[in-house]
Design a binder for this molecule. Structure first.
Ligand SMILES: [Zn+2]
Length: 177
């Protein structure tokens, strides 16, 4: 874990030429749109970014992000911690037209200026990496109403177990006697 903060922005005339590598944390207050998806300001967000001129003819940014944040469980609406982890491979482009010509393994990042705001880029990647539906695991959710629902969900699993190992069930029956 790095205790350095990622710079607010970088100068695109230099950073790619220098093949800079930077790692560090990003404060949630710099990510207002991402923050709207969260239910707590308790968040750990770490990124590593590698800048290069790239083989694609475009300036590229590769790296990864890792975050631990709290979102609302979609079943019970209570906070739940989730881990986000994502790789990123971006190419800096001037406009949509350039973006449409990129090879598929690169995602476009439109930046016609010399100032590249890193928080915007990181925020976008974090939003993309959020799960569409987040919910507590079975049995850990306030919305779990009890036996009926559990049996319905795991019924198939129990049948599988019986087929694979009938003796386990016999053991259980003996114990419960
Ligand atoms: Zn829940």
């Amino acid at each position: 874990m790095s205790d350095r903060q990622v710079p607010v922005y970088v100068d695109t005339r230099r950073i790619f030429q220098q093949e800079a590598v930077m790692g560090g944390f990003v404060e949630l207050e710099r990510l207002p749109r991402f923050r709207q998806s969260l239910v707590s300001d308790e968040a750990e967000i770490q990124v590593e970014l590698r800048f290069s001129e790239g083989d694609s003819g475009y300036r590229e940014i590769h790296g990864h992000l890792q975050a631990r944040v709290y979102v609302a469980c979609q079943r019970c609406l209570e906070p739940m911690a989730i881990e986000l982890a994502d790789q990123l491979s971006l190419a800096l482009v001037k406009d949509d037209e350039q973006a449409s010509r990129l090879k598929p393994e690169l995602d476009p990042w439109i930046c016609p200026e010399i100032k590249l705001v890193l928080a915007d880029l990181i925020e976008e990647q974090l939003i993309l990496s959020l799960p569409i539906v987040a919910a507590h695991e079975e049995g850990h959710c306030q919305a779990d109403t009890g036996a009926a629902e559990l049996t319905a969900d795991t019924g198939e699993g129990i049948e599988e177990d019986v087929k694979e190992n009938p003796f386990a069930i016999l053991e259980q029956l003996k114990k419960s006697d």
